[in-house]
Design a protein around this ligand. Sequence first.
Ligand code: PGA
Length: 246
Amino acid sequence: MRKKVIAGNWKMNKLAGECGEFLSEILNDIDTSEKDVIVCPTFTALWKAYDTVKGTNVHIGAQNMHYEDKGAYTGEVTAEMIREAGCEYVIIGHSERRKYFAETDETVSLKVKKAYEADLVPIMCIGESLEERESGETFNVLKMQVENALKPLQIDEKMIVAYEPLWAIGTGKTATDEQAQETCKFVRDTLNDLFGDVSEKIRILYGGSVNEKNVKSLMAMSDIDGALVGGASLKAEFIKLVNYDK
Ligand code: PGA
């Protein structure tokens, strides 16, 4: 059985103090006994989030990192820097990074490799656009994204993949349970073709307008092992979302 993951991607929201306050408010109410709960604040708030959750079962992730160890990359941070700030996880290749900051499958691949070297768990994001889904290209697009990024690498069961259809992110329009299941299953099959049996142990998350209402039925799907949550992870609703099975 794969342990479920609920990860909150806070994007460019919440100051350090606000992260600390929010986490203090929810910590006693979220049930982390049977799943991995991760929050991903912005870089400058990582230390505060870590400080607040230290000693609990809530884990911290960053939303990005560079693949080099150091050097002249103005504005970037390294794997070691986010580890120092308390991260165990790192989101890589979120569609907003691909869209606004020119991330490619190639940089995603380099970052996943670096995450492994730095003992961070990569949460690699993939997903198709509305146009690609409507023209029947979804599986091709996802296959390319997975293969381009992961084929050159050695990955193992700690890898996390987040399937996030672009048309569902921040739109309030969630994929249906069946659509999300079918696609996550396809991603698992693709991982199986590349890496064999370990694909059964890799956690595949769904992301895109997950909320306290739709989470339960999505999580009941056999190939969906968790959720990457944006908007709904910023509010008290996150408590109910994490506790969906209570
Ligand atoms: P959303 O964001 O839940 O607000 O749609 C998800 C994400 O971007 O990871």
